[in-house]
Design a protein around this ligand. Sequence first.
Ligand code: F6R
Length: 255
Amino acid sequence: MRLVITDSYEQMGLEAANIVAGQIYLKPNSVLGLATGSTPVSMYERLVLVHRTVGLDFSEVTTFNLDEYIGMRPDNSQSYHYFMQENFFRHINIRQENVYIPDGMAEDTVAEGRRYEQLIAAKGGIDLQVLGIGQNAHIGFNEPDVKFAATTHKVELDEETIQANSRFFNDASEVPRYAISMGIKTIMMAEHVIMLANGKNKARAVYKALCGDVTPEAPASILQLHRDVTVIVDKEAASLLPADIHDIQIKNLCR
Ligand code: F6R
Protein backbone atom coordinates (compact mmCIF):
# COMPACT_ATOMS: atom_id res chain seq x y z
CA MET A 1 0.00 0.00 0.00
CA ARG A 2 1.28 3.45 -0.86
CA LEU A 3 0.01 6.58 0.84
CA VAL A 4 0.02 10.04 -0.66
CA ILE A 5 -0.98 12.92 1.60
CA THR A 6 -1.81 16.11 -0.22
CA ASP A 7 -2.22 19.70 0.86
CA SER A 8 -5.62 20.17 -0.69
CA TYR A 9 -8.62 18.52 -2.29
CA GLU A 10 -7.51 19.80 -5.71
CA GLN A 11 -4.07 18.26 -5.30
CA MET A 12 -5.67 14.95 -4.32
CA GLY A 13 -7.58 15.04 -7.62
CA LEU A 14 -4.41 15.92 -9.52
CA GLU A 15 -2.46 12.99 -8.05
CA ALA A 16 -5.31 10.60 -8.84
CA ALA A 17 -5.70 11.96 -12.37
CA ASN A 18 -1.97 11.47 -12.97
CA ILE A 19 -2.30 7.78 -12.11
CA VAL A 20 -5.38 7.34 -14.31
CA ALA A 21 -3.74 9.22 -17.21
CA GLY A 22 -0.56 7.16 -16.82
CA GLN A 23 -2.64 3.99 -16.95
CA ILE A 24 -4.28 5.11 -20.21
CA TYR A 25 -0.99 6.22 -21.80
CA LEU A 26 0.54 2.83 -21.01
CA LYS A 27 -2.55 0.86 -22.05
CA PRO A 28 -4.92 2.85 -24.30
CA ASN A 29 -7.63 0.17 -24.08
CA SER A 30 -7.61 0.15 -20.27
CA VAL A 31 -10.63 -0.96 -18.28
CA LEU A 32 -11.30 1.55 -15.51
CA GLY A 33 -13.52 1.10 -12.48
CA LEU A 34 -15.06 4.44 -11.50
CA ALA A 35 -16.73 6.03 -8.48
CA THR A 36 -19.29 8.78 -8.04
CA GLY A 37 -19.84 11.19 -5.13
CA SER A 38 -18.08 14.41 -4.16
CA THR A 39 -14.64 12.92 -3.70
CA PRO A 40 -13.59 12.11 -7.28
CA VAL A 41 -14.97 15.30 -8.86
CA SER A 42 -11.60 17.10 -8.79
CA MET A 43 -10.00 14.02 -10.41
CA TYR A 44 -12.59 14.07 -13.19
CA GLU A 45 -12.08 17.82 -13.70
CA ARG A 46 -8.37 17.28 -14.04
CA LEU A 47 -8.77 14.38 -16.47
CA VAL A 48 -11.09 16.51 -18.62
CA LEU A 49 -8.43 19.21 -18.61
CA VAL A 50 -5.72 16.75 -19.66
CA HIS A 51 -8.01 15.49 -22.42
CA ARG A 52 -8.64 19.05 -23.67
CA THR A 53 -5.10 20.34 -23.39
CA VAL A 54 -2.90 17.41 -24.38
CA GLY A 55 -5.45 15.11 -25.97
CA LEU A 56 -5.55 12.26 -23.46
CA ASP A 57 -7.43 9.73 -25.57
CA PHE A 58 -10.36 7.80 -24.08
CA SER A 59 -11.56 6.34 -27.38
CA GLU A 60 -10.37 2.82 -26.51
CA VAL A 61 -11.09 3.02 -22.77
CA THR A 62 -13.86 0.99 -21.14
CA THR A 63 -15.38 1.99 -17.79
CA PHE A 64 -17.38 0.16 -15.15
CA ASN A 65 -18.97 2.19 -12.39
CA LEU A 66 -19.16 0.85 -8.88
CA ASP A 67 -22.84 1.32 -8.21
CA GLU A 68 -26.27 2.73 -8.94
CA TYR A 69 -29.35 3.37 -6.81
CA ILE A 70 -32.15 0.87 -7.28
CA GLY A 71 -35.26 2.37 -8.89
CA MET A 72 -33.33 5.28 -10.37
CA ARG A 73 -33.79 5.89 -14.10
CA PRO A 74 -30.60 6.89 -15.94
CA ASP A 75 -32.09 10.27 -16.89
CA ASN A 76 -32.94 11.13 -13.26
CA SER A 77 -30.54 13.90 -12.20
CA GLN A 78 -29.87 12.04 -8.90
CA SER A 79 -28.77 8.88 -10.68
CA TYR A 80 -25.15 7.88 -10.95
CA HIS A 81 -25.66 7.45 -14.70
CA TYR A 82 -26.49 11.15 -14.85
CA PHE A 83 -23.63 12.10 -12.52
CA MET A 84 -21.08 10.35 -14.70
CA GLN A 85 -22.33 11.95 -17.91
CA GLU A 86 -22.37 15.43 -16.36
CA ASN A 87 -19.06 15.24 -14.52
CA PHE A 88 -17.00 13.20 -16.94
CA PHE A 89 -18.25 11.30 -19.96
CA ARG A 90 -19.78 14.14 -21.95
CA HIS A 91 -16.52 16.11 -21.68
CA ILE A 92 -14.23 13.40 -23.08
CA ASN A 93 -14.08 11.22 -26.19
CA ILE A 94 -15.20 7.97 -24.58
CA ARG A 95 -17.54 5.80 -26.65
CA GLN A 96 -20.90 5.43 -24.94
CA GLU A 97 -20.91 1.71 -25.82
CA ASN A 98 -17.79 1.34 -23.65
CA VAL A 99 -19.51 2.82 -20.59
CA TYR A 100 -21.04 0.38 -18.10
CA ILE A 101 -23.02 1.24 -14.96
CA PRO A 102 -25.23 -1.21 -13.05
CA ASP A 103 -28.85 -0.99 -14.14
CA GLY A 104 -30.79 0.35 -11.17
CA MET A 105 -34.05 -0.38 -13.01
CA ALA A 106 -33.33 -4.09 -13.47
CA GLU A 107 -36.23 -6.19 -12.19
CA ASP A 108 -34.02 -9.13 -11.36
CA THR A 109 -31.07 -7.72 -9.41
CA VAL A 110 -29.43 -11.14 -9.07
CA ALA A 111 -29.39 -11.51 -12.86
CA GLU A 112 -28.14 -7.92 -13.20
CA GLY A 113 -25.27 -8.63 -10.81
CA ARG A 114 -24.36 -11.73 -12.78
CA ARG A 115 -24.57 -9.85 -16.09
CA TYR A 116 -22.31 -7.09 -14.76
CA GLU A 117 -19.68 -9.54 -13.54
CA GLN A 118 -19.76 -11.34 -16.90
CA LEU A 119 -19.26 -8.03 -18.72
CA ILE A 120 -16.25 -7.16 -16.56
CA ALA A 121 -14.77 -10.61 -17.16
CA ALA A 122 -15.43 -10.37 -20.91
CA LYS A 123 -13.46 -7.11 -21.03
CA GLY A 124 -10.53 -8.83 -19.34
CA GLY A 125 -11.12 -7.49 -15.81
CA ILE A 126 -10.54 -4.06 -14.31
CA ASP A 127 -7.06 -2.61 -14.74
CA LEU A 128 -7.48 0.34 -12.39
CA GLN A 129 -10.26 0.81 -9.86
CA VAL A 130 -10.95 4.25 -8.38
CA LEU A 131 -12.66 4.29 -4.97
CA GLY A 132 -13.99 6.86 -2.53
CA ILE A 133 -14.73 5.83 1.05
CA GLY A 134 -17.85 6.34 3.13
CA GLN A 135 -17.79 7.77 6.66
CA ASN A 136 -18.54 4.22 7.82
CA ALA A 137 -15.60 2.92 5.73
CA HIS A 138 -17.77 1.50 2.97
CA ILE A 139 -16.31 1.12 -0.51
CA GLY A 140 -18.75 0.97 -3.38
CA PHE A 141 -21.96 0.53 -1.41
CA ASN A 142 -20.52 -2.37 0.57
CA GLU A 143 -21.71 -1.38 4.01
CA PRO A 144 -20.24 -2.65 7.31
CA ASP A 145 -20.70 -6.39 7.82
CA VAL A 146 -20.61 -7.06 4.10
CA LYS A 147 -19.49 -10.48 2.92
CA PHE A 148 -15.95 -10.09 1.60
CA ALA A 149 -16.67 -12.75 -1.03
CA ALA A 150 -19.58 -10.86 -2.58
CA THR A 151 -19.63 -9.86 -6.24
CA THR A 152 -22.06 -7.33 -7.79
CA HIS A 153 -25.25 -7.49 -5.76
CA LYS A 154 -28.20 -5.64 -4.26
CA VAL A 155 -27.34 -3.78 -1.05
CA GLU A 156 -29.38 -2.03 1.60
CA LEU A 157 -27.88 1.34 2.46
CA ASP A 158 -26.95 2.09 6.07
CA GLU A 159 -28.71 4.91 7.87
CA GLU A 160 -25.33 6.72 8.05
CA THR A 161 -24.95 6.51 4.27
CA ILE A 162 -28.52 7.71 3.72
CA GLN A 163 -27.88 10.70 5.99
CA ALA A 164 -24.53 11.45 4.31
CA ASN A 165 -26.03 11.25 0.80
CA SER A 166 -29.12 13.26 1.71
CA ARG A 167 -27.07 16.39 0.90
CA PHE A 168 -27.68 15.59 -2.78
CA PHE A 169 -31.48 15.35 -2.23
CA ASN A 170 -34.16 17.63 -0.76
CA ASP A 171 -34.17 15.50 2.37
CA ALA A 172 -33.18 12.06 3.66
CA SER A 173 -36.60 10.55 2.85
CA GLU A 174 -35.82 10.94 -0.87
CA VAL A 175 -32.59 8.93 -0.73
CA PRO A 176 -33.12 5.45 -2.17
CA ARG A 177 -32.80 2.66 0.41
CA TYR A 178 -31.24 0.14 -1.95
CA ALA A 179 -28.50 0.10 -4.54
CA ILE A 180 -26.75 -2.36 -6.77
CA SER A 181 -23.01 -2.36 -6.15
CA MET A 182 -19.88 -4.16 -7.18
CA GLY A 183 -18.94 -6.44 -4.31
CA ILE A 184 -15.71 -6.51 -2.34
CA LYS A 185 -14.54 -9.46 -4.42
CA THR A 186 -15.13 -7.50 -7.64
CA ILE A 187 -13.08 -4.62 -6.26
CA MET A 188 -10.30 -6.87 -4.95
CA MET A 189 -9.93 -8.52 -8.35
CA ALA A 190 -8.88 -5.21 -9.94
CA GLU A 191 -5.22 -5.10 -10.94
CA HIS A 192 -4.57 -1.69 -9.31
CA VAL A 193 -6.72 0.27 -6.85
CA ILE A 194 -6.62 3.94 -5.88
CA MET A 195 -8.68 5.09 -2.94
CA LEU A 196 -9.36 8.79 -2.42
CA ALA A 197 -10.61 10.68 0.62
CA ASN A 198 -10.79 14.28 1.64
CA GLY A 199 -12.06 16.22 4.61
CA LYS A 200 -12.11 15.72 8.37
CA ASN A 201 -15.32 13.67 8.23
CA LYS A 202 -13.37 10.89 6.46
CA ALA A 203 -10.46 10.78 8.93
CA ARG A 204 -11.90 7.96 11.08
CA ALA A 205 -12.77 5.84 8.07
CA VAL A 206 -9.29 6.33 6.60
CA TYR A 207 -7.72 5.37 9.92
CA LYS A 208 -9.84 2.18 10.08
CA ALA A 209 -9.06 1.33 6.46
CA LEU A 210 -5.31 1.69 6.81
CA CYS A 211 -4.53 0.95 10.44
CA GLY A 212 -7.48 -1.01 11.83
CA ASP A 213 -8.16 -4.73 11.82
CA VAL A 214 -9.15 -6.27 8.52
CA THR A 215 -12.80 -6.83 9.26
CA PRO A 216 -16.14 -6.71 7.44
CA GLU A 217 -17.14 -4.06 9.99
CA ALA A 218 -14.79 -1.70 8.13
CA PRO A 219 -15.13 -2.87 4.52
CA ALA A 220 -12.26 -0.69 3.22
CA SER A 221 -9.84 -2.47 5.58
CA ILE A 222 -9.78 -5.36 3.08
CA LEU A 223 -7.59 -3.14 0.89
CA GLN A 224 -4.70 -3.88 3.28
CA LEU A 225 -4.66 -7.31 1.61
CA HIS A 226 -4.63 -6.04 -1.98
CA ARG A 227 -1.25 -6.21 -3.70
CA ASP A 228 -1.38 -2.80 -5.39
CA VAL A 229 -3.24 0.01 -3.65
CA THR A 230 -2.46 3.72 -3.63
CA VAL A 231 -4.35 5.77 -1.05
CA ILE A 232 -4.50 9.49 -1.83
CA VAL A 233 -5.89 11.66 0.94
CA ASP A 234 -5.79 15.31 1.83
CA LYS A 235 -4.21 16.24 5.15
CA GLU A 236 -7.58 16.53 6.90
CA ALA A 237 -8.58 12.98 5.95
CA ALA A 238 -5.09 11.88 7.05
CA SER A 239 -5.31 13.69 10.39
CA LEU A 240 -5.90 10.57 12.54
CA LEU A 241 -3.14 8.50 10.95
CA PRO A 242 -0.16 7.92 13.24
CA ALA A 243 2.95 9.82 12.20
CA ASP A 244 4.95 6.60 12.03
CA ILE A 245 3.10 4.23 9.76
CA HIS A 246 5.89 1.70 9.34
CA ASP A 247 4.45 -0.61 6.73
CA ILE A 248 3.23 2.12 4.42
CA GLN A 249 5.56 3.86 2.05
CA ILE A 250 4.75 7.52 2.54
CA LYS A 251 5.21 9.96 -0.30
CA ASN A 252 4.37 13.20 1.40
CA LEU A 253 4.00 15.96 -1.12
CA CYS A 254 3.48 18.81 1.28
CA ARG A 255 6.66 18.68 3.37
C1 F6R B 1 -19.70 6.05 -5.05
C2 F6R B 1 -19.41 5.05 -4.02
C3 F6R B 1 -19.26 5.42 -2.60
C4 F6R B 1 -18.62 6.79 -2.36
C5 F6R B 1 -18.61 7.12 -0.88
C6 F6R B 1 -18.04 8.51 -0.62
O1 F6R B 1 -19.78 5.46 -6.32
O2 F6R B 1 -19.33 3.92 -4.35
O3 F6R B 1 -18.51 4.44 -1.94
O4 F6R B 1 -17.31 6.78 -2.87
O5 F6R B 1 -19.89 7.05 -0.36
O6 F6R B 1 -18.91 9.45 -1.16
P1 F6R B 1 -18.48 10.99 -1.24
O7 F6R B 1 -17.35 11.05 -2.20
O8 F6R B 1 -19.69 11.71 -1.79
O9 F6R B 1 -18.12 11.40 0.13
